[in-house]
Design a protein around this ligand. Structure first.
Ligand code: UDP
Length: 461
């Protein structure tokens, strides 16, 4: 599909912002939501994007889409985390020239460009922006807490945390000095697998964020007030906390996969708070043995479940081949429903949902908080362990699977979150956060005010 559209000759006198998303589902979603928010504030929006995992422009007729010529991504797939690191490296080296050329052309047009807003992981674009004398604002799709752990990398290196850890250390309850409440096992996983390249990329992302004019966060002040104070000490650039982005407008689909709407009609048949939603986002992969443990844990829990299993997400299989014969009908006695991809925000907002077994990607975590759904956490990599620690130990709105994906732990956690008194308390706390999330978007609320400030700030550039 050729996604090229020409820039509208008449943009109604609106100032133009160019947004550059990272081509990954968990990054595209919030960036396109941010684009909608800024468009509603009177800016005209141009989305500069790779052809690799391109957003679908027909869902956003009010934006201009400008594809960057792809350089060497034709055969790229995201089947392991190593590929993700290589992708980030590739984007930040080989795409800089085409990005610069595209921006330079846009700046020559009558409407010009007021500001470039890039995903934080496009860290090398700061140099491009500087060379064009174009202000760059960073959009950080993750939260402040996990960013602080990334920002602590030099310190962690000095303290000897850049090495593979023993099983004993990974089980330790001791907190990492300066990064409380994080434990060793919560540190970003690539530290423990000794990946210098990943650490280097993270450090460049942190430096690129520091050099940007300002930072936009998909979080809200009431959730991360202490962390914001710590952040502001090390990163004096202005920070705009204007989340949760997805609550501003009804969902407009930036989904790269077709969302199975039968999820909703299936949920309609279930009582309030009775169904566990299970999804590990767009990138995480699990092994066959972990998948089977999940299946048995879900079946044994006797709780209804809606389970998203992405094709290709079980290592070595196309889809459901490892599932025992007759699993849904006989073993789980018709209580389960499996889809390839769900309309997740709609699912989490459905009254039948009572809990979320999640990998704790930041979008999923925030979407769960925004709907008042307690979580069972099984983080995989990157910022997910930090998010899970905050869910279980700081906000106390969920619990973590202590022994990973293992059937007994899954079964008992489902009971604790969906049935026991402990779960009722978690639900109360997460409903309280949901209320705060709603209030912060209303006139005078923290995100509402921060968005007004952001608009004024961009106009002042
Ligand atoms: N998502 C979805 N349908 C699904 C699973 C996930 O629409 O079946 C969306 C979800 O709502 C979220 C995004 O995909 O906005 C996943 O982002 P997240 O940060 O949670 O995880 P990632 O995919 O980046 O690991």
């Amino acid at each position: 599909m050729d996604t090229t559209t020409t820039v509208l000759p008449n943009n109604g006198g609106r100032r133009r912002l160019v947004l550059l998303p990272l081509p990954l589902q968990g990054h595209l979603n919030p960036m396109l939501q941010l684009a909608n928010i800024l468009q509603s504030k009177g800016f005209s929006i141009t989305i500069l994007h790779t052809r690799f995992t391109s957003p679908n422009p027909t869902n956003y007729p009010h934006f201009n889409f400008l594809p960057i010529p792809d350089v060497g991504l034709e055969n790229h797939s995201l089947s392991d985390i190593g590929n993700l690191i290589r992708l980030l490296h590739h984007l930040n080296t080989n795409f800089l020239r085409p990005i610069r050329d595209s921006l330079a052309r846009l700046m020559l047009e009558d409407v010009g460009v007021s500001c470039l807003i890039t995903d934080a992981q496009w860290f090398a674009t700061q140099t491009v922006a500087d060379s064009l004398k174009l202000p760059r604002i960073v959009h950080r799709t993750s939260n402040i807490s996990s960013f602080l752990s990334f920002a602590a990398f030099p310190l962690l290196r000095d303290m000897g945390y850049f090495r593979p850890f023993s099983d004993e250390e990974l089980k330790s309850e001791a907190l990492v000095p300066g990064l409380e409440p994080l434990k060793i096992k919560d540190l970003p996983k690539f530290l423990t697998s000794d990946s210098e390249e990943a650490c280097e990329l993270i450090e460049l992302m942190v430096q690129g964020t520091k050099r940007a004019q300002a930072v936009i966060w998909n979080t809200f002040k009431e959730l991360e007030e202490l962390e914001l104070t710590t952040l502001s000490r090390g990163f004096p650039n202005p920070h705009f906390l204007i989340g949760p982005f997805h609550k501003y407008f009804p969902e407009s689909s930036s989904s790269l996969l077709a969302q199975d709407q039968t999820s909703i009609s299936w949920l309609d048949k279930h009582p309030h708070n009775s169904v566990l939603y299970v999804s590990f986002g767009s990138l995480a992969m699990i092994e066959e043995s972990q998948f089977l443990e999940m299946a048995w844990g879900l079946a044994n829990s006797k709780q209804p479940f809606l389970w998203v299993i992405r094709p290709g997400s079980i290592q070595g299989f196309e889809w459901l081949e490892p599932l025992p014969d007759g699993f849904l009908e006989r073993i789980a006695e018709g209580r389960g429903y499996i889809v390839k991809w769900a309309p997740q925000q709609e699912v989490l907002a459905h009254p039948a949902i009572g809990g979320f077994l999640t990998h704790n990607g930041w979008n999923s975590t925030l979407e769960s908080i925004s709907e008042g759904i307690p979580m069972i956490c099984s983080p995989c990599f990157g910022d997910q362990p930090t998010n899970a620690r905050y869910v279980s130990d700081v906000w106390k709105i969920g619990l973590e699977l202590e022994n990973g994906l293992e059937r007994l732990g899954i079964e008992s956690s489902i009971k604790r979150v969906m049935v026991d008194k402990e779960g009722i308390e978690m639900r109360k706390r997460v409903l309280n956060l949901k209320e705060k999330a709603n209030l912060c978007l209303k006139k005078g609320g923290s995100s509402y005010t921060s968005l007004e400030d952001l608009v004024d700030y961009i106009l002042s550039l």
